[in-house]
Design a binder for this molecule. Structure first.
Ligand code: FES
Length: 204
């Protein structure tokens, strides 16, 4: 994945308009809106880094922020979500270990596709034709074998909770993980503009 070469010290960080729109796990359907200052159209067009406060994000809730006109999904994974990722048989996945280099930074080349397995940061657009997938929980319409994850209803592509694409669906690759880094003791995440190379595949 390309680094944009942005000098973070010279760039003012921006706070995105965000919403918590989904949930993982039974009974967690609360819709929450969090009010933040909206970044300018010019900054959006230039793809400036955005800083997102995740200090009050409840585990299992999906926070959606806009970056480069794309929805970025942020979630603090629960133990059940981590288990659902670990339950997926690698043979069912097209790129279980995130080996397609363009789809994520080096530090997300692992099965969780993240720096730490309890955090998800991915672009919520299907890699087929760009529709927005939705969560499909275990025990729903996708059958008894489905451990939970995301379905793109446009043409039926499926992804696990790490954004790994299943085989035999139209989407060719895993969901994209944008460059990002955590600050303030993990109370904030900065999306975009990360230039530092970090250790490969170190999800813990
Ligand atoms: S756009 Fe997602 S399956 Fe076609």
């Amino acid at each position: 994945m390309n680094d944009e070469g942005v000098d973070l010290k010279r760039r003012r960080f921006l706070t995105a308009s965000t919403s918590v729109v989904g949930a993982v796990g039974a009974g967690a359907a609360t819709l929450m809106m969090i009010n933040y200052m909206t970044i300018s159209e010019k900054d959006k067009a230039q793809g400036a880094p955005i800083e997102v406060d995740i200090s009050k994000l409840p585990p299992g809730k999906l926070l959606v922020v806009e970056w480069r006109n794309k929805p970025v999904w942020i979630m603090k994974r629960t133990p059940d979500v981590i288990k659902a990722i670990e339950a997926v048989d690698d043979d069912k996945l097209r790129d279980p270990n995130s080996e397609v280099a363009e789809q994520q930074p080096d530090y997300a080349k692992n099965k969780y596709r993240s720096k730490t397995k309890d955090m998800m940061v991915v672009i919520g657009l299907c890699t087929h034709l760009g529709c927005s997938p939705r969560e499909e929980q275990a025990g729903g319409d996708l059958g008894a074998d489905w451990p939970g994850g995301y379905l793109c209803a446009c043409h039926g592509s499926t992804f696990d909770y790490a954004g790994r694409v299943y085989k035999h669906v139209p989407a060719p690759t895993n969901l994209v993980v944008p460059n990002h880094r955590f600050t303030d003791n993990n109370a904030k995440v900065i999306i975009g503009g990360v230039v530092k190379k970090e250790k490969k595949g170190a999800a813990s």
